[in-house]
Design a binder for this molecule. Sequence first.
Ligand SMILES: Cc1cc2nc3c(=O)[nH]c(=O)nc-3n(C[C@H](O)[C@H](O)[C@H](O)COP(=O)(O)O)c2cc1C
Length: 172
Amino acid sequence: MIDLLMKRRSIRKYKDMKVPKEKVDSLIKAALLSPSGKTMTPWEFIVVEDNETIKKLAKSKQHGSSFLAESPLAIVVAADSTKTDIWVEDASIAATIIQLEAEHLGLGSCWIQIRGRMHDESKSAENYIKELLEIPENYSVECMISIGYKDEEKKPYTEEDSKYEKIHREKF
Ligand SMILES: Cc1cc2nc3c(=O)[nH]c(=O)nc-3n(C[C@H](O)[C@H](O)[C@H](O)COP(=O)(O)O)c2cc1C
């Protein structure tokens, strides 16, 4: 696990290769095994492979999402925010588990923040995505995870990168 966590980096450049069905299936399996508060499972995952839709998703916000256009796969993580007050935590845990499974499968991934971000001056990134993907009213969008075969190399983390000063024992 530590080895996987050291190797996982945000990958924003992908090879022009589809993610095979077995790997997409494993990512879905992993997402659905995510824990949620009171096992409410408020999340929904929209798996997008259609290139035209992915290109539109890449325009969700003005910064930090354009690289998605060249990604073969996006998983949009939404949750029923009327079902539980901790949907943000539930959706975030699921998104992280998807990213860890992607790394385990030899794929690269990157989180694209949607909650609290704007598409333009008048429309939220969330509403832009909800309209595009026909997500019902009671759902909120936390993020999108871009996934594909890595086409950039990033140095794995080392022991020196860990900020041990953030660890406190017994009291802060
Ligand atoms: C909650 C969260 C939101 C993020 N939002 C974005 C984003 O909108 N666009 C992006 O390119 N990267 C985004 N990232 C990726 C971070 O920039 C990245 O994880 C961070 O720089 C550390 O790099 P690493 O993932 O390679 O360890 C996000 C990561 C997290 C955890």
